[in-house]
Unconditional design. Structure first.
Length: 375
């Protein structure tokens, strides 16, 4: 009889915080004395990354802004998933998110202290607390990360990081308020910036029948399934409208035809924003970078009517807010498609809001947060 070969299953790797057990055994490292000068040595501890990550792009933009303000930065990758084993993380970082002067290191070999250590995701907090030779610790909070998970250990650990004594620097006043009210964590906030050299009105034809949707399906809080249902209804009602999806590396299976733009370089993305009639990006927690970049290009935006969006953009503001319901989202898109005057008003209001949002200003606000941590 032929010998039956049994397939050996690939071992399952369960990501766990690399430094959690050590932190629980030893507690945080003692803080050192405050820095003497105005220029700070800032060590940014960053979780593993992939191409197209808006959170890591924000970190890169802030690093460039802080470097322009005269500070010395370094990036340290805390890779709990072992995603970057054997990779050139510096080369990948520059390729995905643009060049920075800061060295990019995988792991913590060669650690030599800093004035401020800046954690940038819940997975990096325990490591940041263990690092010696640090005068202050801060926590760049870009979203309410417990909501990234269902009920389980990672949700619990993410919640616990807000109560470990790092000074939060939150990516919106709404998020800072949430941490204060829910966890008693007093912190600072900053406004997400816009690269106005890239995202701006462009001399290109704006089509009246094109709708763009930020369909990054790997990011659950972007509610891609909800958006797809809204677009399915839109295509049923208006077959002539063209829909384009972007932000995902793989094509998405849908019941309707669409243009797959994938993950685009910033200049290509700006051209798409300047060419469409309506953009849709769904933010179930903190606002994404995408709506402000769309608005900077003059594109009217549809997003969800949730507390974070109401607090950030206001009711009746530049963003057309709709209930988290496919028919309501479809109606919001149709409202903008049908009303040229309303689209123009939304476009002007968006341009006014985004004009003052720069990465230089965001870096200034983040620096203020780190100085509050030092104080």
């Amino acid at each position: 009889m032929p010998r039956i070969r049994r397939r050996v299953p690939t071992p399952l790797r369960v990501p766990t915080p690399n430094a959690l057990l050590q932190f629980l055994r030893e507690g945080p490292a003692a803080l050192s004395g405050a820095p003497a000068g105005e220029s700070l040595r800032i060590a940014v501890v960053v979780p593993q990354f992939r191409r197209g990550s808006g959170g890591h792009k924000t970190i890169a933009d802030l690093v460039r802004g802080l470097e322009a303000r005269g500070h010395s930065l370094s990036l340290w990758i805390e890779d709990e998933e072992h995603r970057h084993d054997g990779e050139d993380v510096g080369g990948l970082w520059h390729s995905f998110f643009g060049r920075v002067d800061a060295p990019v290191r995988l792991g913590f070999e060669g650690w030599d202290g800093a004035d401020v250590v800046l954690a940038t995701g819940w997975q990096t907090v325990h490591r940041s607390l263990l690092l010696p030779g640090v005068a202050a610790r801060a926590y760049l909070v870009q979203d309410h990360e417990p909501e990234f998970y269902g009920t389980g250990a990672r949700r619990m650990w993410a919640e616990q990081t807000y109560s470990l004594g790092l000074h939060p620097i939150c990516a919106s006043p709404w998020l800072a308020g949430l941490l204060r009210e829910r966890y008693g964590a007093e912190g600072s906030s900053f406004d997400l910036g816009v690269d106005h050299e890239t995202y701006k009105p462009l001399p290109t034809h704006r089509r009246e029948d094109l709708v763009l949707f930020y369909a990054r399906a790997v990011t659950e809080r972007r509610a891609v399934a909800l958006g797809l249902l809204a677009l399915e209804e839109l295509k049923r009602r208006r077959p002539a409208v063209e829909v384009a999806l972007f932000g995902e590396s793989r094509p998405i299976v849908t019941s309707f035809k669409y243009l797959d733009l994938g993950i685009m370089a910033p200049d290509k993305l700006a051209h798409a924003y300047a060419s469409a009639a309506v953009g849709m990006c769904l933010s179930m927690t903190n606002p994404s970078l995408v709506p402000t970049e769309m608005m900077a290009c003059g594109l009217p935006v549809v997003d969800l009517d949730v507390p974070s969006m109401r607090d950030t953009f206001g009711v009746g503001g530049p963003v057309e807010l709709a209930a988290a319901d496919p028919l309501a989202l479809c109606a919001a898109i149709e409202k903008l498609l049908d009303d040229l005057v309303l689209r123009a008003e939304r476009s002007r209001a968006g341009a006014q809001l985004t004009a003052g949002r720069t990465w230089a200003r965001a870096a200034e606000q983040v620096e203020a947060g780190m100085r509050a941590a030092l104080a």
